[in-house]
Write a protein that binds this ligand. Structure first.
Ligand SMILES: [Zn+2]
Length: 235
């Protein structure tokens, strides 16, 4: 089966979600409200694995107990995300972002939940933090970090996801060339417009084809490997 390991499912209408039923999808959230929506959607869509979290871009907008309230939902979820750090677009200081990220890491570690991490320009920092909290399963989504970090990610048993934007993003292609297939997942990050590309789960089939050609393995074999990686990640 096809895998979309990072998709903002709460942002889709139900008739759109119907079209994604043949794809295993991790629904990531960006705040309390979208976390609730993910949980509700997943009741009717068995292919959707709901995650809960507060996106680093949203820390500016949240108030009061939003992080705690979101974490209270974790026991009903399949994992935590989208959480992490962002030096480029984050509106709060890195220190403030780190203190929230650590709260999520602690919870993921305690409850033994996988994490879907946004780590733009903070790849090393995020890796160090999740490792220090002993989080078992971590996905660095849309990985465009340093090539030399891939080995450390692999040695921790962590994953990276590849986005359909690979056809226009040279940096992302270099990552796929270097990475071993057993740390790879596929993702759409939909719904999202990236440089004119409409990213959504239906792009995964073509993405897989591109990846199989680049890694010089058959489409069937790659699909199987990624599905196995997904099952290990989500448990
Ligand atoms: Zn995202």
């Amino acid at each position: 089966m096809l895998v979309d390991s990072h998709c903002h499912v709460y942002a889709y209408r139900l008739d759109e979600l119907e079209k994604f039923k043949d794809i295993l999808i991790i629904g990531v959230a960006e705040d309390y409200e979208s976390s609730i929506k993910n949980l509700e959607i997943s009741r009717n869509y068995l292919n959707i694995y709901p995650f809960v979290g507060v996106h680093p871009w949203n820390l500016k907008n949240i108030e009061g107990q939003e992080v705690e309230k979101t974490l209270d939902l974790a026991c009903r979820s399949k994992g935590i995300g989208e959480v992490g750090l962002d030096k480029r677009y984050g509106k709060k200081s890195l220190e403030e972002q780190i203190s929230v990220f650590k709260i999520f890491c602690e919870a993921a570690s305690e409850k033994n939940l996988p994490m879907n991490v946004h780590a733009l320009d903070t790849w090393r920092e995020c890796l160090n933090i999740v490792t220090s909290y002993n989080v078992k399963n971590v996905l660095f989504h849309w990985y465009t970090g340093p090539l030399n970090l891939l080995e450390d990610i692999a040695s921790q048993g962590y994953y990276i996801s590849i986005n359909p934007a690979i056809i226009i993003q040279a940096k992302h292609r270099a990552i796929l060339e270097k990475a071993e297939v057993d740390i790879l997942l596929t993702e759409s990050d939909g719904p999202y417009m990236y440089r004119g590309m409409d990213l959504n789960p239906l792009k995964i089939r073509d993405l897989l084809r591109t990846m199989a050609a680049m890694k010089e393995i058959s489409l069937e074999d790659l699909e199987k490997v990624i599905e196995e990686n997904f099952k290990r990640f989500i448990r």
